[in-house]
Each structure stands twice: as structure tokens, then as C-alpha cells.
Design a protein around this ligand. Structure first.
Ligand SMILES: [Zn+2]
Length: 265
């Protein structure tokens, strides 16, 4: 009898709450945080650029229109997702990252001023703590979004990455801000978040030689998003992130479609 009562109660709750959630999602503002993929998309200087070739485009012999293309891409270029295996042996590959880790409440930390003054700025624990003093404790399961302001420079590769050179020469000249190893250690030690994303090519700053921040975060099973855009449209709190990477079996990273959802009053 008790079981029947609980089952009925669950059904009632489901019936009441579900339409509400659907309505909220339908009426919400959806913000795309994703850059286009084309031949100009930013890739690491040692990587091959995105390729998109025509297989067929036009009228077929049978009189109907048809188009189809093929693409080739490195895992870690454009707006993309880093899985824990990227810098941590034995870490989850893309397909192994649980769906529960692909979404969460956004914590948006604005460090644009400091990053504008210093291309090599390393976001500190103080930056994270001062956000908390203003907006409250970073909630469990959060997705931290670091707004460096560099997303706006995307179309100017020289200003976005610090160089136009390719190969190891280009890598040596990369200059863009990133998250410091000490702040990464603080986050994984004292807070429980799903992911960290930012609007630069890498979570480690451009001049990093040992990718310490990637190593610290992936060792703690965090995932990362790089080359995000439209971060100025996000409030410090209140947005909800959904980040869906291409499910490459065994992949260390992949192109990512990422959106933020903001409930309307
Ligand atoms: Zn990456």
C-alpha cells in the first residue's frame, strides 16, 4: 500500500513539474557560446586546420537538389572539449564522460581588465575568491566560465593567440591568459565543479611549457572547454550551461556545441 502511495505521489509530482520545466526551457533565452568551424578557425600552431570539402552540391540527374560534404578536424581546435584523458593517463575519454558532467550552473568570473593589461595573465585564487565574496560560494556541480575578453579578438588571430606563425615557432610566440596552477589546485581541493571553460585557445596560458593547469584539472577528472565566445552575454550567476561534445570513442577532445540557458522572468 505504501509503495502504491509513493508511486502515485511520484507520478503526480512528475505531471505537475514537467510541464513547468518544459515551459521554462521554451521561454528561456538560449545563448550560443560556440564559434563557427571553417578554414579560418583557430587551431594550435602545430595542428592542421579544419577541412570541409564538397562531396556533391547541386541538382542530381533525377531532378532534385542534393548537398553533402566531408570534414576533417584535429580534436583540439575551435570551440572544443577536453576530456580527462587529454593530460591524465587512465582518465575518462570523451565517450566515458558521464552525461551528468556535461551540464551545470554557470559561475562566470570576469577578469577582462587584468587580461587586457597583461596578455600573459594567470588567473589567481584571489580572483576566484573575490568572485565568491561578491556572489557566494561556487555551488557543487558548477561550470566555471572565465571571461578573459579574448573571445572578442577571435577574428584577429595575431591578437587572439599572439602569433600568426605555424609550427614550433608559432608555439613559442603564443601569448594569451590562462588559469594559474595554484588557482586550479584550490578549485579541485575546496570546490566540486564539473568543468572549467574560457575564451582563449587553452586553459594554460600561452607561454606555458608544461601544461600544469591541464594536468592538475584532468587528474581530478574535470573537463575543459576552450575557445568559447559570447561570454559577455552571461550574468555572473543564474545561467545554466549545456556542453555536448561529439562522442568520439576513445577521444581526448572534440568539437563542442555549447549553450547557456537563462530563465526569463
Ligand atoms: Zn583542448
Amino acid at each position: 500500500m505504501k509503495k502504491v502511495f509513493i508511486a502515485t505521489l511520484c507520478l503526480l509530482c512528475f505531471a505537475c513539474s514537467r510541464p513547468d520545466l518544459v515551459l521554462q526551457l521554451q521561454n528561456a533565452k538560449w545563448i550560443d557560446l560556440t564559434h563557427d568551424y571553417d578554414s579560418t578557425t583557430v587551431y594550435w600552431p602545430t595542428d592542421v586546420n579544419f577541412r570541409h570539402d564538397t562531396v556533391f552540391y547541386g541538382m542530381t540527374e533525377k531532378g532534385y537538389f542534393y548537398s553533402s560534404f566531408k570534414y576533417a578536424a584535429e580534436e583540439h581546435g575551435g570551440t572544443h572539449f577536453d576530456a580527462p584523458i587529454h593530460f591524465h593517463k587512465g582518465g575518462n575519454t570523451i565517450d566515458q564522460v558521464p552525461v551528468s558532467q556535461l551540464h551545470g550552473p554557470a559561475v562566470v568570473i570576469d577578469i577582462k581588465e587584468k587580461c587586457a593589461r597583461n596578455r600573459d595573465y594567470l588567473i589567481t585564487t584571489d580572483d576566484v575568491n573575490s568572485w565568491e565574496h561578491q556572489h557566494g560560494r561556487i555551488p557543487e556541480g558548477a561550470i566555471i566560465i572565465l571571461n578573459t575578453g579574448y573571445g572578442k579578438l577571435w577574428n584577429d588571430h595575431q591578437r587572439y593567440t599572439g602569433t600568426l606563425k605555424k609550427g614550433p615557432e608559432g608555439v613559442a610566440e603564443l601569448h594569451f591568459p590562462g588559469l594559474s596552477p595554484e588557482a586550479s589546485t584550490w578549485i579541485i581541493t575546496y570546490r566540486k565543479v564539473n568543468a572549467i571553460g574560457l575564451d582563449t585557445p587553452s586553459i594554460d596560458f600561452g607561454q606555458s611549457k608544461d601544461f600544469q593547469t591541464h594536468r592538475i584539472l584532468t587528474a581530478a577528472s574535470l573537463t575543459m572547454y576552450e575557445n568559447l565566445c559570447n561570454l559577455d552575454e552571461l550574468p555572473p550567476t543564474g545561467a545554466y550551461i549545456v556542453a555536448l561534445p561529439m562522442k568520439i570513442k576513445g577521444g581526448s577532445g572534440s568539437p563542442l556545441r555549447i549553450v547557456a540557458i537563462i530563465a526569463q522572468q
